[in-house]
Design a protein around this ligand. Structure first.
Ligand code: ZN
Length: 133
């Protein structure tokens, strides 16, 4: 079951500089910081209305975000959908010919299990499925 959009991921080169601007335009007073070793990224997330935005920056040159920034530059990186039964949803994707970046869920930010679908299968959009542990 799909529960809705969990968050929108934005790839940035300089987290502090980007956050400084986003804080002003969205009048933020609460920002959550987290490092996700699995993805080799540092994340600053905040809520705007009912949408969570995740600014994501690489902490290592071999982070997937490093490769994204090199190839496409800064910008929207992925859209994450919260689901119930992530393994089941991955199975449905597999059965429909979708390439999976993560065959099985891995640890993500916010204590969630996450898996990415390959954007070549989904019209160039990187989709993340996530489920609370
Ligand atoms: Zn995400």
């Amino acid at each position: 079951m799909f529960k809705g959009i969990s968050h929108i991921g934005i790839a940035v080169k300089n987290l502090d500089a980007s956050l400084e601007l986003f804080k002003k335009i969205f009048e933020l007073d609460k920002v959550h910081f987290e490092e996700v070793p699995e993805q080799k990224v540092r994340v600053a997330s905040f809520v705007v209305g009912n949408v969570t935005i995740e600014l994501t920056t690489p902490v290592s040159d071999d982070s997937p975000i490093s490769r994204f920034l090199e190839k496409r530059g800064e910008g929207i990186h992925h859209i994450a959908f919260e689901v119930e039964g992530i393994e089941n949803h991955l199975e449905i994707c597999r059965n429909n010919g979708v390439s999976l970046i993560n065959e099985h869920p891995v640890d993500g930010a916010h204590d969630m299990r996450i898996a990415f679908l390959h954007p070549k299968s989904t019209n160039g959009v990187l989709i993340e499925l996530c489920e609370h542990k």
